[in-house]
Design a protein around this ligand. Structure first.
Ligand SMILES: [Zn+2]
Length: 395
């Protein structure tokens, strides 16, 4: 928070030390011990069951906007392979007599998925609904992010000894699920907010000029405009003691990876969604430019939290990287209240909050003072009785 930030950018005396990873060996996946196949059986089985429920009850469990974007027939084929893979991995565990409980969950879930109609539920038109659970969004985002980022974290790890199921993964998985299930609610609130509050500011001539620019230029304008809004809203969340209590939830993770960014108080999720839409709404770019920007933003939001270190040379001065955003999550003094930007370090440079000490990475992550570690404890954290500890909490 502000008062802890005095003179921190001039931290020439600070000694940076490498991070010591706690022993996570007992949580690691190793080939041959059955934990990999058991986990895959369980995960694929549960995901298969949830996917079948989406095909069975699309009007309640899937999102109108997303249904228009994916090919349901193709996803049924993917589901078929997923279901047989869950059964295969589960049976393998029973043969190996290892992790049978995980395998049982996988096999039983897949059996339930088959009983509900499996991968051959007839597809047809779905009545559009404004409110539904974003279960399709959750499943797609989880599968795509897990495949992409677990691959990147294994091939280009920053911390090789940090395992996939690191401490706190259960909590972050719950946040991931919660935030994705809320998609239609967030869309409704976000669209309602910008239309109600900023509807008057729409200027057709201005938007026509923006749309006449090359797509590449429109994307750059979107990145800079969105980053300006997100920089300042993020900074307010750090510098205002009441807002910090909400944002501290996001900073409470002590192990950074592709799941860590999911941890957000629901108030933060709603606020971020509303504010991020403002520049997009006012600029009114072409759909092509908007789609590219949303793709970049979605990738970068996960990437900057991930346990990935890909050398990008001078590009690190143009785009926010994991090293850059990891410093934002550090509890070390020179890094507190720095690196607020989401897309490019530009505004941190301009407004004096840039912190990138050469090749160093943080030794410690999290809030300076601890907050509760349960989902409901964190949801209620902003309303807990004010103590000196909470007022001081920053990271
Ligand atoms: Zn922050």
């Amino acid at each position: 928070m502000t008062d802890q930030n005095q003179g921190q950018t001039d931290a020439g005396e600070y000694t940076y030390t490498p991070r010591q990873i706690e022993d996570m060996e007992h949580r690691a996946f190793r080939f041959g011990d059955g934990k990999i196949s058991g986990t895959l059986a369980c995960t694929l089985g549960v995901l298969s069951l949830l996917t079948v429920l989406c095909f069975k009850f699309p009007q309640y469990l899937t999102t109108t906007e997303l249904r228009a974007a994916y090919d349901a027939a193709f996803l049924q084929q993917v589901l078929k392979y997923g279901m047989f893979a869950a059964l295969g991995f589960g049976l393998l565990n029973f043969v190996m007599a290892k992790y049978r409980r995980l395998a049982s969950v996988g096999i039983l879930s897949t059996a339930a998925a088959f009983a509900l109609g499996g991968y051959s539920i007839p597809l047809g038109p779905v009545e559009p609904t404004a409110l539904a659970l974003g279960l399709d969004w959750l499943i797609l985002a989880l599968v795509v992010s897990a495949i992409l980022f677990i691959f990147l974290e294994k091939v280009f790890p920053k911390y090789r000894d940090q395992v996939i199921l690191r401490p706190g993964w259960e909590l972050d998985t719950w946040y991931f699920a919660f935030n994705h299930l809320l998609l239609t609610v967030l869309l409704l609130i976000g669209n309602g907010f910008v239309e109600t509050v900023f509807g008057w500011a729409i200027h057709d001539g201005f938007q026509a000029t923006i749309q006449s620019l090359p797509t590449f230029v429109q994307v750059i304008i979107l990145i800079i405009a969105a980053d300006f809004v997100l920089y300042w809203s993020h900074r307010f969340f750090h510098e205002n003691p009441d807002l910090w209590k909400f944002h501290a939830v996001h900073h409470s993770t002590e192990n950074m990876d592709w799941m860590a960014g999911s941890r957000n108080h629901v108030f933060q999720t709603i606020t971020d969604r509303c504010l991020a839409l403002v520049p997009l709404y006012l600029l009114g770019t072409t759909k092509g430019a908007l789609d590219i920007y949303v793709g970049i933003a979605a990738f970068q939001a996960v990437y900057v939290h991930s346990n990935v270190n890909i050398p990008v040379g001078p590009l690190k001065y143009i785009f926010c990287t994991p090293q850059y955003h990891h410093w934002h999550h550090s509890s070390e003094e020179p890094a507190i209240d720095t690196n607020y930007a989401v897309h490019t370090p530009l505004f941190d440079k301009l407004f004096g909050t840039y912190h990138m000490p050469g090749k160093h990475w943080p030794a410690h992550y999290g809030t300076v003072k601890k907050i509760p570690t349960s989902f409901w404890g964190q949801m209620m954290h902003p309303w807990r009785k004010d103590t000196e500890e909470e007022v001081d909490a920053a990271g």
